[in-house]
Design a protein around this ligand. Structure first.
Ligand SMILES: [Fe+2]
Length: 439
């Protein structure tokens, strides 16, 4: 009998412990996924709306009771005494309400900064401040640097995309910015998904500027004529307005230490962006040109073909020495050269290198009609790209950290590009159908 009582008590304790553990786990999950803002700033994110050598924009959100918010900035120092030198700026504040969600979004653009310098900033109001974040301004002349490219994140952002952006940052913490190739979330107006996107990236967004590309999932009303780029985009990202006037903050360019980055909006107004694109390539004092947009010039998966984009933009890339084209949309990995439309021969000298990549867990099969030299299916990846004078080195890593693809583009004196394929041929291609292994 005594033994049974002891057993009974042990069972009760065990049940209580299990319940307690479950409760803690459930609460933790709940707290981590609360998508609503509070008085404390969150979703802090760096972008550029102006010159990266002298300016830096930051955007954050609070609940709608906070109508006045500030950013403070100082030159960084090893001593924490920098706080006493901080300068305070008033934020611009705008409200956003969608269904049961409402928030105030605040932004400040720091200007007149010194080039090639490390700064600290924080955002907030009264007793509700963020931590101090550090960021670095660009050099005003060419200097080697690294940047990161991520294809569509889009789905299961907190659960399955987070590991990729965190692996990318851990691989190259010196990266100067992260280009997101469109479809950052699956549903443009879904505050839960945006919250997951911010939770997955965490404090990386507060230190490393992001360069967002608009994808089709960034639009309300899908492919309809009345579609429009989501309100979260404009509230959350403070971006350049140096593209065509009808596409503010979704078509833009910036120069960074000897390279020009051109962001096109491949969702709409394709023809209208053509002259703008050409003039930004022709009047380009930089040694390198990298272009990013969402839809693909050559499709990497079946039943997709974006003829208008290819017909209007590809000749401009070909004739004006674009070096690297970064795309998403097809939810697979593909890298290959330009193909001469007259003879079907790959042209590594005059044409750019085309890259399609994906960082999230939604994945499609590769197109059977292969144009690519390296491909992957059912694989999450991130890209780390380093530019050093006349050499651009590109590396694509899988989510687990395997160096899956690598090449150099070298510029010779005549201005033509020399392409060097450096991918490890001992690593089998992650394509899973026999017919897919040869171009
Ligand atoms: Fe997508």
């Amino acid at each position: 009998m005594k033994l049974n009582v002891q057993k009974f008590i042990a069972c009760i304790v065990l049940v209580l412990l299990i319940n307690l553990t479950t409760t803690i786990a459930a609460d933790w999950t709940q707290a981590a996924q609360n998508p609503f803002p509070s008085k404390i700033p969150d979703h802090v994110i760096l972008t550029w709306s102006n010159n990266p050598t002298t300016s830096q924009s930051v955007t954050w959100r609070t609940d709608t009771t906070v109508n006045e918010s500030w950013a403070e900035i100082a030159e960084s120092d090893d001593s924490p005494d920098f706080t006493s030198n901080a300068k305070r700026l008033n934020a611009l504040t705008q409200s956003l309400s969608i269904d049961e969600y409402s928030a105030n979004y605040h932004s400040v653009t720091f200007s007149d900064l010194k080039s090639k310098s490390l700064y600290v900033y924080r955002v907030g109001s009264e007793n509700n401040w963020s931590e101090w974040f550090q960021f670095r301004t660009a050099n005003d002349k060419p200097e080697p640097f690294t940047f990161t490219f991520l294809g569509d994140g889009q789905n299961a952002l907190l659960s399955l995309w987070s590991r990729v952006i965190r692996a990318a940052y851990s691989r190259a913490p010196e990266t100067r910015f992260i280009i997101h190739g469109g479809d950052l979330v699956a549903q443009a107006d879904n505050y839960d998904q945006w919250n997951e996107w911010f939770l997955a990236a965490g404090w990386i967004n507060g230190m490393i500027p992001i360069v967002p590309v608009p994808g089709n999932h960034g639009y309300y009303h899908g492919h309809g004529k009345d579609r429009y780029l989501n309100k979260f985009w404009f509230a959350q990202f403070t971006l350049p307005e140096n593209g065509i006037s009808s596409l503010p903050e979704s078509n833009y360019y910036f120069d960074y230490q000897g390279a020009r980055f051109i962001i096109l909006n491949s969702n709409e107004k394709i023809e209208e962006q053509t002259n703008w694109l050409k003039s930004n390539l022709v009047n380009n004092p930089n040694r390198w040109t990298i272009i990013a947009f969402h839809h693909t010039i050559y499709s990497a998966t079946n039943n997709r073909d974006h003829k208008e984009i290819r017909n209007r933009w590809k000749p401009i890339f070909d004739n004006n020495h674009a070096d690297l084209i970064l795309m998403g949309h097809d939810h697979t990995y593909a890298r290959g050269h330009n193909i001469d439309p007259k003879n079907g021969i790959k042209d590594p000298e005059t044409g750019p290198v085309y890259v399609v990549s994906v960082s999230g867990p939604k994945l499609y099969d590769i197109n059977k009609d292969r144009w690519m030299d390296r491909a992957a299916e059912n694989t999450q990846l991130y890209q780390i790209i380093h530019i050093d004078n006349d050499v651009l080195n590109y590396k694509s890593y899988t989510a687990t950290g395997q160096l899956y693809d690598e090449f150099d583009i070298r510029k010779n004196e005549s201005g033509l590009n020399i392409f060097i394929d450096k991918h490890n041929k001992n690593i089998p291609e992650r394509t899973f159908k026999n017919t897919l292994n040869k171009p």
